[in-house]
Design a protein around this ligand. Sequence first.
Ligand SMILES: Cc1cc2nc3c(=O)[nH]c(=O)nc-3n(C[C@H](O)[C@H](O)[C@H](O)COP(=O)(O)OP(=O)(O)OC[C@H]3O[C@@H](n4cnc5c(N)ncnc54)[C@H](O)[C@@H]3O)c2cc1C
Length: 411
Amino acid sequence: MNLDYSAEHLAFQEEVRAFLAENWPPKGVDLDLDRAAQVRAFRLKAIDRGYLYRGIPRRFGGSEQTADPLKARIITEEFIAARAPREIEGNGISRVVPTLLQWGSEWQKEQFIPPAIHGDHIWCQGYSEPGAGSDLASLRTKAELVGDEWVINGQKVWTSRAHVSKYMFALVRTEPDEPRHAGISYLLVPMDQPGIEVRRLRQITGGASFNEVFFTDARTPADWLVGERGRGWEVSRTTLKFERNQLGGPEQGRELYRKTVGLARRTARGGGQAIKDPEVRQWLTALEGFVLSSYWSGQYQFSKDAKGEDTGALGYMNKFVTMHTIGMEVARIVHELIGDDSMLLASAVAHGTGTDTGEDSAVTRRPTRVVGNERWVNQILGSLAATMGGGTSNIQRNIIAERGLGLPRDV
Ligand SMILES: Cc1cc2nc3c(=O)[nH]c(=O)nc-3n(C[C@H](O)[C@H](O)[C@H](O)COP(=O)(O)OP(=O)(O)OC[C@H]3O[C@@H](n4cnc5c(N)ncnc54)[C@H](O)[C@@H]3O)c2cc1C
């Protein structure tokens, strides 16, 4: 593994730095237009120069560059260092766009990709149902073609951000007589219509970013089907692949570790600073071992990727190691460090007075005795969610074993 940049890449790094110095104000300098307008204008320039949305053709609003993981990494590093706006995040850009690029028709790409790039349309993912999570192929929400529209009936659950989304990409059963996987289609559905009811689900943290979505004769045009009718399972594999790649990069583990060490410095234990407590030091050392092995595994995978080589079983382990091994251990250590504060917030939430640091909180009154540890309580409680979303830990274990290590299928 050689992580030095070549002369060509060093020159590219200089070019990116010069672009940023010219087009994005340094820290402390005010933006001259309103922020949203300036960010948008900057992104357009960065696309024009080939720095953002590199894999997306120019005709759909991207910068259409030849794939080069090292250049992509340089751009990320330099944009972060300059605090400049990077690509928009969310379901639209990370899931719908790659799926449409592979499977969508020309008009679908033209209509849906450019607004997703600029974050103008928010998308939600309609996969899980009350009886279909890990076993997604059991889904029962059905769509029937009536004239030139699909008529949809059924229910989705755990649909993140459905309450603010303009569209859903959904898996629905269109061929009831076909065996499980074969009867599913991939539909794009407008959310703002009388046949769709969105009900918020209150979380343990007090926030409500998930929803139940009910379809009662909801409608979407016949040609909002992506890929072939009845082949939606294949299409959905593309979306899931992008979802799994997105979750659990090694950087997340490093960041969590840095913050946990910072908390141990600020917290008291046994009459002194927690960071000086031998037991805490042992926990942190063990955690650092996981974090560093995950980080170097990430560098190794990156190096393989840059050479166009397969990352093998390691590629399947990222989400599990970051979200389960590291995320759960951080939650345990933090719980020990903040002690009673974690229970105070949880009981305050249960009585309707808790805080929530999530974006969709409807709960605003702060409990009186929690002093600065709210986000850590969310980390503790949220660590459980992170072991489920995008495929539970047990399912990840099966994937590592079967696809990564070639072991026999789980009975
Ligand atoms: C933060 C978060 C965000 C989410 N956002 C969305 C979203 O936007 N859209 C969406 O469609 N869904 C979303 N989900 C739902 C998510 O995809 C499901 O929770 C997940 O697929 C698990 O399904 P389930 O909850 O029905 O659990 P189940 O599948 O019922 O699993 C229950 C338990 O059984 C275990 N289990 C199940 N099958 C096996 C097996 N074969 N082998 C071993 N163990 C097994 C699981 O590991 C788990 O412990 C989200 C979930 C979370 C937590």
